[in-house]
Design a protein around this ligand. Structure first.
Ligand code: ZN
Length: 374
């Protein structure tokens, strides 16, 4: 069994319009290209093809998610709202309140293609057509909530895939590990009261949105089914490896998931304009291999990796390639040209304040605010 691969050129055409990063254009803020744009993803697809790896993958065709599938996570009111926004001549906004998640006219179809492609890949993994799969999808999904979009996200791609394998394939326990530099708030929220879905997010503390604290451990009846590892800015491979070994992997192994999903954002990499972490391509390879080991133990290898954020057009492709190489077990000759320099930085090593924080989170004594525990 091989590794499934989802990509569709139309996903690159989703139009966020002209924007100004975290600022609202207007006044003296000049609008420019939106940082969540098709190029960062298209270049991943290009490198996977140029490296020769594409020839070893099993294509999984994306298709639009159905309303029935979307209703497993989203409210009818939100879907109706999106349809109305989508019909506007200049497009609309996916977030109902603050109107900061724009999309072009007709782009709801592309968001549905992203969600449906993720569902199709999950289905291929669940029924054993492929061993694991990578979904190069856009727009991303991990901030989306049942009744609104948020933070570049329109539909909750990962959550929709989780609900699909539970509803259609009878899989009972699913684990989601989110290493995007931002908190996976949407996935957390959707499953917060569900003891059968373990949601883990390792992220830069209070970067976006607010929340994501270690004290958020699950709702009534689901205590312990949500794990947040909010890390201080500046973490490298040492801190991430320590967090995996001390918290993420033990929690996964205790949960014994039958299906594993990674929400794979690359804004936790060095060079990213949106995050302040230091990961390199080998860090993503290592994290993927760790999840493959967990999946091998309790999930018959079933692992779905879904692309989330990542805004360095030149570096995201090498990090994503490393993940797909790990999934497929095939190393290409397309080496990461920045790896040696990034790995040689002595600050990649676990720092004392990072170790203290991870240990405190592990032991349930994490501070309720940021900083190093006393
Ligand atoms: Zn992100």
């Amino acid at each position: 069994m091989g590794t499934g691969w989802v990509w569709n050129e139309r996903l690159a055409w989703f139009d966020n319009g002209r924007w100004a990063g975290p600022l609202a254009p207007g006044g003296f803020v000049e609008p420019g290209e939106h940082m969540e744009n098709g190029e960062t993803k298209r270049r991943v697809a290009s490198l996977v093809a140029a490296s020769g790896l594409l020839d070893r993958l099993t294509p999984v065709a994306a298709r639009r998610a159905t309303r029935e599938e979307l209703l497993r996570v989203h409210t009818p009111g939100y879907l109706d709202y999106l349809a109305a926004e989508n019909a506007k001549p200049k497009g609309g906004f996916a977030d109902r309140e603050i109107q900061r998640v724009p999309f072009g006219p007709g782009d709801l179809e592309i968001a549905e293609l992203a969600a449906g492609g993720t569902i199709e890949a999950a289905d291929a993994v669940a029924r054993g057509a492929v061993r694991n799969a990578y979904v190069l999808t856009r727009p991303p999904g991990h901030h989306a909530l049942p009744d609104t979009g948020l933070g570049f996200c329109v539909l909750a791609n990962v959550a929709l895939a989780v609900e699909h394998v539970r509803a259609v394939h009878g899989i009972e326990r699913v684990a989601v590990v989110d290493w995007d530099v931002h908190h996976g708030n949407g996935t957390q929220d959707i499953f917060y009261g569900d003891p059968d879905v373990l949601t883990v997010s390792i992220h830069q503390d209070r970067l976006f949105p607010d929340g994501g604290l270690a004290a958020e451990t699950g709702g009534p009846g689901a205590e312990g089914a949500n794990v947040n590892v909010p890390l201080p800015a500046g973490c490298g491979t040492g801190a991430y490896e320590y967090a995996f070994e001390q918290i993420v992997l033990p929690r996964l192994r205790a949960f014994r998931p039958q299906f594993v999903v990674a929400a794979s954002g690359y804004d936790s990499a060095a060079f990213d304009p949106n995050g302040r972490m230091m990961l390199h391509s080998d860090a993503y390879r290592w994290m993927t291999e760790r999840l493959m080991a967990v999946a091998a133990e309790s999930a018959d290898d079933r692992l779905l990796v879904v692309h989330e954020g990542g805004y360095s057009a030149f570096y995201v492709p090498f990090c994503a390639l490393a993940v797909v190489e790990a999934l497929s077990g095939h190393r290409t000759e397309a080496a990461d040209p920045a790896l040696a320099r990034l790995a040689a930085n002595p600050l990649q090593a676990l720092q004392p304040h990072q170790a203290a924080l991870v240990t405190a989170i592990r032991d349930g004594g994490a501070p309720t605010d940021s900083g190093v525990p006393a």
